[in-house]
Design a protein around this ligand. Structure first.
Ligand code: SAM
Length: 211
């Protein structure tokens, strides 16, 4: 498995992550967009997975809206997972596991909804991560992926990969990866949440119309 050399940064960020100004400026608007994209396409889910869940804030927001749902968060950073567990200790609705997107520590066909916000560009093996999402989704389940949409990709991308170990994908690359994993893109959106953000909602088990 390819691990992320930037992981130490997330371990260090974990204790103060929830107090970051970026929560209000970037992460919360992105979480709202993800939940509203899901709500527009599906009935409330039973089992939700967040890949690269950080301290579990997206799942907390979802739990304010949906009753009777089991929420699982997976994150590569031990400290993010530790922080998420500490906040939700004794709350049986939440389970947090340390693990990598490319080898999700959960059973196949076990989620109606998988979310991932502002994490994808850190995944070392993005194709494997998306295949893992497809594996753990139930047929008919939805994956909502939101990530930064970097402008001027042709010259910024190599620079960011070099300086930040980040692998940003463009709006044409992500649908290709989703469809290679047999996830059909249903909705795509671009919006601003401090940075330009791209969102894709894809579904497992529906025919893919390739152009
Ligand atoms: C910027 S934070 C976003 C956290 C959360 N999704 C949110 O919206 O607040 C990115 C998270 O992705 C996690 N991450 C990075 N690479 C990962 C991987 N390959 N598998 C799982 N999690 C990963 C990091 O540990 C970090 O917690």
């Amino acid at each position: 498995m390819k691990t992320n050399p930037g992981q130490g940064r997330f371990n260090r960020w974990a204790p103060s992550y929830d107090r970051s100004i970026l929560q209000r400026l970037m992460f919360e608007p992105v979480h709202e967009a993800v939940l509203s994209a899901f709500r527009a396409s599906s009935a409330p889910p039973h089992d939700v997975l967040d890949v690269g869940c950080g301290t579990g804030r997206l799942l907390e927001t979802a739990a304010e809206r949906w009753d009777g749902v089991r929420f699982t968060g997976v994150d590569a950073s031990e400290e993010m997972v530790e922080e998420a567990r500490r906040k939700h200790e004794g709350d049986a609705r939440f389970v947090f596991k340390q693990g990598d997107a490319s080898a999700l520590p959960v059973e196949s066909d076990s989620f109606d909804a998988v979310f991932s916000t502002m994490s994808f560009h850190h995944w070392r093996d993005q194709a494997a991560g998306i295949c893992e999402v497809a594996r753990v989704l139930r047929p008919g389940g939805f994956f909502v992926l939101a990530d930064i949409d970097v402008p001027f990709m042709f010259f910024l991308r190599p620079l960011l990969r070099w300086t930040d170990h980040a692998n940003f994908q463009g709006p044409k690359d992500i649908p290709r990866l989703l469809e290679q994993a047999d996830l059909a893109v249903v909705t795509r959106r671009r919006f601003w949440a401090l940075l330009r953000t791209q969102l894709f909602l894809a579904r497992k088990g529906v025919p893919i119309v390739r152009s």
